[in-house]
Design a protein around this ligand. Structure first.
Ligand code: GRF
Length: 196
């Protein structure tokens, strides 16, 4: 068994959380994880460009025209090819098929920009503001077949200010995400190793 937990990151967009996970590891190589693959369903995602610049191994395939399960099995094969042990979803804008989630039970983490179980799904900041919530925030959780519903591992709260709109709140929450995700992934990777 490898010393560090081998992590595959799935991205669909700008990849700022992927970058944060990578930077955290670069600053302290003793972290319990190493990033061995950044994969995407969007071949021209900015996250992939960033990953390449960082010297990370990348893989991409457009999901267009493919059945969800068929596509997920291609992703699964790419991850296994790199001996990935733990998956970090970082702005991965695809629902995962139940078969994929089953194969990776307890091995997929996601970051969601709300204080789960509040505001699952999209437009979380808008909904938090409209609901009159005092805080927005973000949650790192285990992925199960049901959207944004797996066990929450860690959360960070961000106060909602009277002048906030969804964009200003999203920007502050994103900063919190960049601290919360790497620390939580590292702690989870340690737990996995200790359980072996
Ligand atoms: C983040 O807000 C994350 O919480 C959500 O999607 C966004 C991804 O942003 N799941 P980035 O691609 O990591 O910059």
């Amino acid at each position: 068994m490898a010393d560090k937990v081998r992590v595959g990151i799935l991205v669909s967009g700008r990849g700022s959380n992927m970058l944060a996970l990578s930077e955290y590891k670069r600053r302290d190589p003793d972290r319990a994880y190493e990033i061995v693959l950044v994969a995407s369903n969007v071949p021209d995602a900015r996250g992939l460009v960033l990953a390449k610049r960082l010297g990370l191994k990348t893989w991409s395939l457009s999901h267009k025209g493919m059945e969800r399960h068929e596509f997920d099995m291609k992703v699964d094969a790419a991850l296994r090819e790199r001996d990935v042990e733990l998956i970090a979803l970082a702005g991965y804008m695809r629902l995962l098929s139940p078969g994929f989630v089953d194969k990776w039970q307890g091995r997929i983490l996601n970051i969601h920009p709300s204080l789960l179980p509040l505001h699952k799904g999209l437009d979380t900041h808008q909904r938090a503001i409209m609901a009159g919530d005092e805080h927005g925030g973000c949650s790192v959780h285990l992925v199960t077949a049901e959207l944004d519903s797996g066990q929450v591992l860690a959360q960070a709260k961000v106060r909602i200010l009277p002048r906030d709109d969804p964009e200003s709140l999203a920007a502050r929450v994103l900063e919190a995400e960049h601290h919360l995700y790497p620390a939580t992934l590292d702690a989870y990777a340690q737990t996995l190793r200790e359980a072996e």
